[in-house]
Design a protein. Sequence first.
Lengths: 450, 182
Amino acid sequence: MKPQWQILVVDDEEIMCESLAAWLREDGYLVDTASSGREAVELAKKTDYAIYFIDLKMPGGMDGIDTLMEIRRLHPDASIIIITAYATVDTAITAIKEGAQEYIVKPCNPEEISLLVSRIIKVKRLQRENLILRKKLQRRYQFHDIICKSPRMLEVLELAREVSSLRSTVLIRGESGTGKELVARAIHFSGSRAQKPFIAVSCAALAETLLESELFGYEKGAFTGAAERKKGKFELADGGTIFLDEIGDIGPKLQADLLRVLQERSFYRIGGTGEIQVDVRVIAATHKDLRALADEGRFREDLFYRLNVIEIFIPPLRERREDIPLLAEHFVERISHELGKPVEDIAQDAMRLLMDHSWPGNVRELENAIERAIVSCRGRTLTADDFSFLRNNGAAKIQIPDNLTLAEMEKLMIEATLRRTGGNVKEAAASLGIDRSTLYEKLKRYGIER
Amino acid sequence: MIVLGLFELQTPHDPALPPGVIPAMAAALESCLPVRVAGLKPLLAPEEAFDAKRGQWSAPALLEDVLASLPDGIPKALGVTASDLFIPMLSFVYGQAQLKGRAGVVSVARLRQEYYGLPPNDALLLERARKEAVHEAGHLLGLVHCSSPGCVMRLSVQVGQIDLKGEAPCPACAARLREGTA
């Protein structure tokens, strides 16, 4: 069954109105007719039609163009088709200038009108889908979807909510897996930019030159392989928000470029000569101490102050243990539904284990642990046995030589995990309880090849 | 089972309907739709329905005429003409019917190969005539256009599109007729 799109046909000739309406009804549309411009406007006040067919010449002091203008005032996005028996260039130009989507001369070929209607309806359907998806996305990333009850997290959310309506740059700090991107999305989708793009970029995942072309785009021929002009993330985020994750990992050249964007709100594509102006809100995130990096001279101080206009610190999970039961229950409900396994509860001994664990990978590690437990669980309740992997944590498999530094130990652990996952970074990151961008950054730092 | 009247709509300016069209349509209607066909006497189209400037017959005016001449006991009827039909907005129509209504008209003028300067092909003409009759009768029973490629209720705006579709409603349209949800 076709969706019931509504169409209004406006013509002072009854036979013209009724016959076109009958033809469109055969196509499954709900069609109303009006014999004058005034009647059409009255109907348009009550119903937002998908398409309006309006005859150009109508008596009674309100012709097709007047009717078009009045309907356009009521419904700015209306699709209006002007019909005429006597086509002239002047009337066609006037109709299009006043906002008619199409101008057709009657009688027209059935194929022409059928294609025209189906093309407009296709666009309307996409617009409607887009609206629904945007609303879904907005609902998904609202503050009330961030699960917590600890006073520290509630304070974080209160601050984030306050800044959502501002344009100021935000710096979100927190360990890997604490939900920095989730907070950034909630800020974007709760503010006035919600209808515009949210573009996330992981600065640790790409080499500096690649990251530069990702952020600023490039002109055709700017470098070998630049076969076409490409827009960068800043251009794509125009009007919306760009989320720069792991900002502490960018090199000096990019730090200087970013500073310029933050100061001037403009940049150049690589190989380009034209300055591009953008209106982008920047939300940056890092697990590093940028102030310390700035003191050591490894991060530009002026960029740090530009980014740190509003600072939000997300505490690690081990410092807000009261959130663990809430989060665990939320993940059980969501993941069991996604996996189609009827797991409903967490036993007391399992919950004690979760409360006692240190969660170095924070909320992401907890989420992964719940998923792993649900996969292996045989009943409807998760027990301590389903979380036995938390006790082992794979540490026994690594032989620890003497006189090892913490960094060397971390390198060994990453190498062992990558060997186990066959070089799969996504899987290794999940197993280590860190996100992919953090793992990429560590691979780069330790010179580990996959 | 609904009784569907079927008759020739004769027009003064054009040749009569080719022989075999009405029986072929009747057979297709009864095999593809839940209807019993009742053959009715031919009807002479009123002169006012002819548009001399266009050289075509007005489908809405003919529909009015079919409605006015429906005999008692015939709830729905389909008139078939050899003449070319139009509605004011469009340059031609293969047929028109009131959606879930009482009257419909079908033209075979553009179903003939000769219309396109090709040699006659009686078998192809009858095949197209059967499909168009079932299509318009489908509208009388409440079916709207269907996007399924083989369905007889798919909209055709070129004769080639009639040749591509089948003679019967697709399973979804057939179910709507069975369940009375069309």
